[in-house]
Ligand binder design. Sequence first.
Ligand code: CTP
Ligand code: CA
Length: 236
Amino acid sequence: PAEQVRVRDLAGRRVVVSAGGTREPIDPVRFIGNRSSGRQGAALAAAARARGAEVTLVAAHVDAPLTDPLVADGVDVVAVSTTSELRDAVRRAAASADAVVMAAAVADFRPLAAPEAKIKKVTGQSPPAIELAENPDVLAELAADRVRAGQVVVGFAAETGDETGSVLEHGRAKARRKGADLLAVNAVGPDRGFGTEVNEVTLLDERGDTVAKSAGSKREVADAIWDAVATRMTAS
Ligand code: CTP
Ligand code: CA
């Protein structure tokens, strides 16, 4: 019952959600990746669809059991791998979207060169160094470019907290830095966030002020995010 949404308040809206984790090739068989399962992004897509939106899910390595039901529901699922592919797909869909939610874990760096042949180990030689290049920040670009007037741009921040600041302090700084309308901050660690069924987020606005808190299933968190997005959408 908690998962049932009563209102179709996103009817007539187009939304884009990115989900999963991008992979950057090191060579033909290896990559730099991350532990994002895509569950929160899939839940966001399902929730938006249930509320009546036209939904594009840009999915980076999200397992079929998560995406198949969405396709059956009419969600347009675009599979991508690298950050460059994700960026292209998100920007293409964002051009006609009322809201974009970047739930994907985007690789910050990619190997500068990915050789076409597999890297070999040579006994007695020191291991090769992998030189990295910084990836474009898709969320910051969307927030800065505003490809469509009135578009609501939402980011996620998975934080651990460290000696320089708490989860929320890092989140506040990131909210101000990114320029997104909303930033959903959640604590991650071996047993929190990634790969789990539940989530706990604090929603911050572009000034870093808390606008909502949500804890529960990833679907419940998704609905809390769409609630905040809906209030920020301009009347159509
Ligand atoms: N993001 C993005 N493009 C990137 C990196 C991140 O669009 N190259 C988006 C993510 O999808 C997320 C938000 O930015 O919505 C925050 O990602 P996060 O990794 O927490 O922030 P970073 O700015 O990369 O900071 P750091 O990893 O150093 O904490
Ligand atoms: Ca990052």
